[in-house]
Design a protein around this ligand. Structure first.
Ligand SMILES: [Mn+2]
Length: 334
């Protein structure tokens, strides 16, 4: 039998393992489930958005692990959602092609090797013209997911981190971790991310330090706290974030850390955050940020199904992915 490669770029085919779990048991001819519209990348002849799983959580050093199960858990919840959303009046059952590339083969004992594989896979996918949306995995992975977009883009980029935390530590005890990805991107030798094009959206307390807040202010980043969102509204937050991230840039990366949500509604994550955003606020941000046609990549990080006793965190994570797909359909139409 001839091996089918579909839209999977040559050169990275040995770094990904396919996912074959999208199965809808009960069908209704008037409803299309999300699991029915996602094609395996090995069989697709075209894709607008590519879903990529990264089952790796060794960068989670300050709390319990479990996000390595994120890609499988989120895809399972994704399967049974429907393709229509009456709030934004978008139907993704047609007009957008979505391919699932499977999982990047991660090595839990080797963070640099895993990051290198992620960067290679996502760089190749982005260069092929597909917008990748990765499902982690711990937040250390946003170094290679966003770096891949830099590799594929000629010029400056913007990055919006929707997160309860800064994630701009120098290191965690000398090591790379889920607390370090954005400093790595900002200090990367490529010099494609200026502080003025970096946005921290959703910071809440008490789990941050003044030292890191001072640093992000010093480099000219835009900081919008959860309290700013509660008082000033989601629309204002999205407008400010996009205006900073798109100023003089060629492309924008959006990273959604599920711990931006309040701990009371999303406890299935390494570092649940009391005082965070509500799910509707996060979903509205996903829609408003990701429908901008300058967005060329994104990710959802830190969903940890083994820590998610009610399943709610994983379900919200799946809604983030579907909302991203809806936003991309709108982006293509505008
Ligand atoms: Mn984070």
């Amino acid at each position: 039998m001839t091996q089918q490669h579909g839209v999977v770029p040559a050169g990275v085919r040995d770094l990904v393992s396919p996912y074959g779990g999208y199965r809808v048991d009960i069908e209704d001819e008037y409803d299309t489930n999300v699991g029915e519209m996602i094609e395996a990348a090995t069989e697709a002849d075209h894709a607008d958005v590519g879903i990529v799983g990264i089952p790796f959580d060794a960068g989670c050093v300050a709390g319990p692990r479990g996000s390595r199960a994120g890609p499988t858990g989120v895809r399972e919840k994704l399967t049974h959602g429907t393709c229509y959303n009456p709030e934004i009046e978008v139907d993704i059952s047609e007009g957008i092609d979505v391919a699932d590339y499977g999982n990047v083969d991660a090595e839990q004992t080797d963070l640099p090797a895993t990051h290198d594989r992620v960067e290679r896979v996502l760089t190749a996918i982005t260069r092929s013209g597909v917008v990748p949306f990765s499902i982690g995995g711990d937040h250390s992975l946003t170094y290679p997911t966003a770096k891949a977009m830099m590799n594929a883009v000629d010029g400056q980029v913007g990055v919006i981190n929707v997160d309860a935390h800064h994630d701009v530590r120098h290191s965690h005890g000398g090591e790379l971790s889920a607390g370090t990805p954005f400093r790595r991107l900002l200090e990367d030798d490529a010099g494609q991310l200026d502080g003025e094009n970096f946005v921290e959206l959703g910071l809440s307390g008490w789990h941050n330090s003044q030292y890191y807040l001072d640093w992000v202010h010093d480099i000219g980043a835009t900081v919008i706290t959860a309290r700013d969102v509660h008082k000033g509204g989601v629309d204002d937050a999205a407008t400010r974030a996009l205006s900073a991230a798109t100023d003089g840039t060629e492309a924008v990366f959006v990273s959604f850390d599920i711990d931006v949500l309040d701990a009371g509604v999303a406890s299935g994550t390494c570092a649940p955050s009391p005082g965070g955003l509500l799910p509707w606020q996060l979903l509205e941000l996903v829609f408003q940020l990701s429908r901008d046609d300058r967005v060329r990549g994104g990710d959802l990080m830190e969903v940890a199904p083994p820590l998610d006793s009610t399943g709610a965190t994983t379900a919200i994570g799946a809604a983030v992915v579907t909302q991203f797909l809806g936003a991309r359909k709108v982006a293509a139409a505008e």
